[in-house]
Design a protein around this ligand. Structure first.
Ligand code: F6R
Length: 259
C-alpha cells in the first residue's frame, strides 16, 4: 500500500516533498518530473524555489499530467501557462524540456501517442506529483477510467468542471474535454507522490487509500504502485480509519528509507 504521511499543513507538505525533489535533482541533474497543476502542488513549487537556488536545473525534464482541449495555450488557465508561471519561470527550468500534452484540436487523436513516446524517450518519469479530485480522479482520469489507459482525450465530469470553475469566469467557460496521462502512464512513473489538503478531499483520500481498488475511484490505482507516498494534512486525513497506524509507522520509519 501507499505510505501515508500526515502533516500539520500545506507548508510542511511542500517542504517535505520539495526536499525529496531537490535531492533527486542534485543526485541526477537529468531527473524527469511529472508535474501536476491545480492548487494542490503549489506549496511544493513554492518550497522548491529556495531549495533549487544554486542547483543545476538546466537538464531537468518535466511532463505535465494534463491539458484542456481547445484552450488557447496563451490563456492564463491553460496548463501550459500554469506550468510556465508556477514551475518553469520561478525555478529557472529550460522551457524546451518541459512539456504539456498538446490540447490543440487539429490532430488531437495523435497527441496522446506522441506524448507517450516523448515520456519513453526521456527515460520515464522519476517522480510524479499528483493531486486528487473530489470525485477521486488523478490526472483527469475520471471515474471509470481504465487502469491500463495511456495519454488520451477524456470528457470532464460536471463535478470536475464545477470544481475548476473557480479558475474561469463561469462553469460554462471550463472546457468540456481534456487530454490527460492515463492511469497506465501514471503507474509507470518510478515514484508517485499524491498530495491532498482540506476536508473536501477527505472522502476521496480515504477511498483511494483504504477503499477497494476500482476504476470507479481512479485514485485507488495508487494501491497497485510499489512506491507511492500520500502526503495529507489533518483535514484531508480525517476520514482515514488507520490514521493512528500511519502516524506510528512514519514516526518509526528508518532514516535510510527516505520518502
Ligand atoms: C491537475 C490534475 C488534477 C488535480 C485535481 C485536484 O493537473 O491532474 O487531478 O490534481 O483536480 O485539483 P486541485 O489541486 O486544484 O484541488
Amino acid at each position: 500500500m501507499a505510505e501515508i504521511v500526515i502533516v500539520r499543513d500545506k507548508a510542511e507538505a511542500g517542504a517535505l516533498v520539495a526536499d525529496e525533489i531537490a535531492g533527486l535533482i542534485r543526485a541526477d541533474p537529468q531527473t524527469v518530473l511529472g508535474l501536476a497543476t491545480g492548487s494542490t502542488p503549489l506549496p511544493v513549487y513554492e518550497a522548491l524555489r529556495t531549495r533549487l537556488k544554486g542547483v543545476d536545473v538546466s537538464r531537468v525534464r518535466g511532463f505535465a499530467l494534463d491539458e484542456y482541449v481547445g484552450i488557447d495555450p496563451s490563456h492564463p488557465e491553460s496548463y501550459r501557462s500554469v506550468i510556465t508561471r508556477e514551475v518553469v519561470e520561478p525555478l529557472g527550468l529550460d522551457p524546451s524540456r518541459i512539456r504539456t500534452p498538446d490540447g490543440s484540436p487539429a490532430g488531437i487523436e495523435h497527441h496522446g501517442d506522441e506524448y507517450e513516446q516523448a515520456i519513453v524517450e526521456a527515460g520515464g518519469i522519476d517522480l510524479q506529483l499528483l493531486g486528487i479530485g473530489t470525485d477521486g480522479h488523478i490526472g483527469f482520469n475520471e471515474p471509470g477510467s481504465s487502469f491500463a489507459s495511456l495519454t488520451r482525450v477524456k470528457t470532464l465530469t460536471e463535478q470536475t468542471r464545477r470544481d475548476n470553475a473557480r479558475f474561469f469566469d463561469s462553469v460554462d467557460d471550463v472546457p468540456m474535454h481534456c487530454i490527460t496521462q492515463g492511469l497506465g502512464t501514471i503507474l509507470r512513473a518510478r515514484h508517485l507522490v499524491l498530495l491532498a489538503f482540506g476536508e473536501g478531499k477527505a472522502a476521496a483520500v480515504a477511498a483511494a487509500v483504504e477503499g477497494p481498488v476500482t476504476a470507479s475511484l481512479p485514485g485507488s490505482a495508487i494501491q497497485l504502485h510499489p512506491h507511492a507516498t500520500v502526503v495529507v494534512d489533518e483535514a484531508a486525513a480525517s476520514r482515514l480509519d488507520r490514521a493512528g497506524y500511519y502516524r506510528y509507522a512514519y514516526a518509526n520509519k528508518p532514516d535510510w528509507q527516505g520518502l
